[in-house]
Design a protein around this ligand. Sequence first.
Ligand code: SF4
Length: 332
Amino acid sequence: MQHSPSLLDSYSNSSTKRKPPMDDLADAPAESESPFLPGTSIQYAWDSTSIGYLKTCPRLYQYTMVEGWTQKHESVHLRFGIEFHKAIQDYEMSRAVGIGHEESVHDVASATLGRTVDWQSDHPNKNRATLLRTIVWYFEHYKDDPARTYVLANGKPAVEVNFRVALDFGISAHQPYLLCGHLDRIVTFNDEIFVIDHKTTTATPSSHAFDKYDPDNQMSVYSFAAGAVLHSPIRGVIIDLVQVLVDSNKFVRGFTYRTKDQLDEWIRDLRYWLLLAEVFATEGQWPMNDTACDKFGGCRFREVCSKSPHVRERFLHSTFEKGKPWNPLTPR
Ligand code: SF4
């Protein structure tokens, strides 16, 4: 597909004429309860993000989950990913209530422009114009997608599925651990059931682009959770990878599979990870995993952790601010 310079303008203009339906479809985020036991740093409600922090580095978990440090300056990549996911969610919700493809794309594009009107990004690949192009081209590419939205037992489409699963182990006899989160969509594909997830990248996907998702914490959480929601194991996760270039996009679809035995093992292992988290919280000590600092393009806390312990707090305050910590119990 060729880049259309008028794409952003055309949706910008029309956004003032039509009210997108997403305002009606989206649930207002509810004020959630704390995922921690009262008066402690012991977390009982976990999602893939918080488990990922813990497994990557306990100190990263402390800074983000326990203390709620966030970067003062918004990450372009994070904002782009959030907006892209939001657009897909809105589109799927719109289609699920019977609104046609063209109208849904139009409404989603208009809503995206409305949300990003103040977003200033000078990143050549990730900015407001490339976001809109990526959204519109993605919907065009998957317009006749053979992956069909699964219909739940209650007759509702499996779109925007929030889940809370009580595990059969916990902090005490009275407080089981909860595995929480959100599935964008559950689909049937070739008579098998999958969760669909989306990733954006500026790098060219290699032939091994999907190998890194097996094993992978997030994909195992999604597979386990969807199986719990449906009361039946699912096949795994479909990953729609979107490459965002300056003037075009590429779309690649990959699969990652999970057997019941693999998920049973993942849950068994999780029990030990959460036991460790409880020890860290009880001791008030979250050790540094200094083998993880250069992973995923470099940890955002590296500047802090590289300093002497007695001056770290000062560096934390100069680059980060205490915001609302990530809460797995907040529905999306
Ligand atoms: S810089 Fe390294 S030690 Fe510090 S939080 Fe990140 S991964 Fe952990």
